[in-house]
Ligand binder design. Structure first.
Ligand SMILES: [Zn+2]
Length: 140
């Protein structure tokens, strides 16, 4: 028996999504059951897609539009002043549920989340030649 996708099961039976916050024809947004920040929300397409390379352009656009709406509501009604979007896509990314989902992490300037420090510790400084070579390879 093929194991059913957990997000497809939620979308099919909306009684299993008590903490939904917004939806459109193509996408659904609901609170993460294990939030990293208060208001941590997931946005999923209603049609199954494995990851970023698998989702249709229409569903990706719908996810972006719903994320934009939720971010505005979080700022207006949730007391946040910004957000980070996070997407784990593909087996090399620590994706755990293989139905593409966008995390909205609400932020405040004084929340001590530490993302900037994390980023700066990992940022490399490739040479212009290395950057040019990679850009040319990706353009082809
Ligand atoms: Zn699915």
């Amino acid at each position: 028996m093929v194991e059913e996708c957990v997000f497809c099961a939620l979308i099919r039976d909306r009684s299993r999504v008590p903490y939904w916050v917004a939806e459109s024809e193509r996408a659904l947004a609901f609170l993460d059951l294990h939030p990293i920040r208060v208001g941590h929300t997931l946005v999923v397409p209603k049609a199954h897609a494995r990851d970023l390379t698998d989702v249709s352009a229409e569903d990706w656009r719908a996810m972006g539009e719903l994320a934009r709406l939720v971010a505005g509501r979080l700022r207006a009604r949730g007391g946040t002043t910004g957000e980070n979007l996070f997407l784990a896509s593909g087996p090399g990314s620590d994706q755990t549920v293989f139905h593409v989902h966008l995390h909205i992490l609400p932020r405040r300037a004084d929340d001590a989340f530490g993302l900037r420090d994390w980023w700066e510790r990992r940022a490399a400084s490739p040479s212009p030649a290395e950057l040019e070579a990679l850009a040319v390879r990706l353009r082809r």
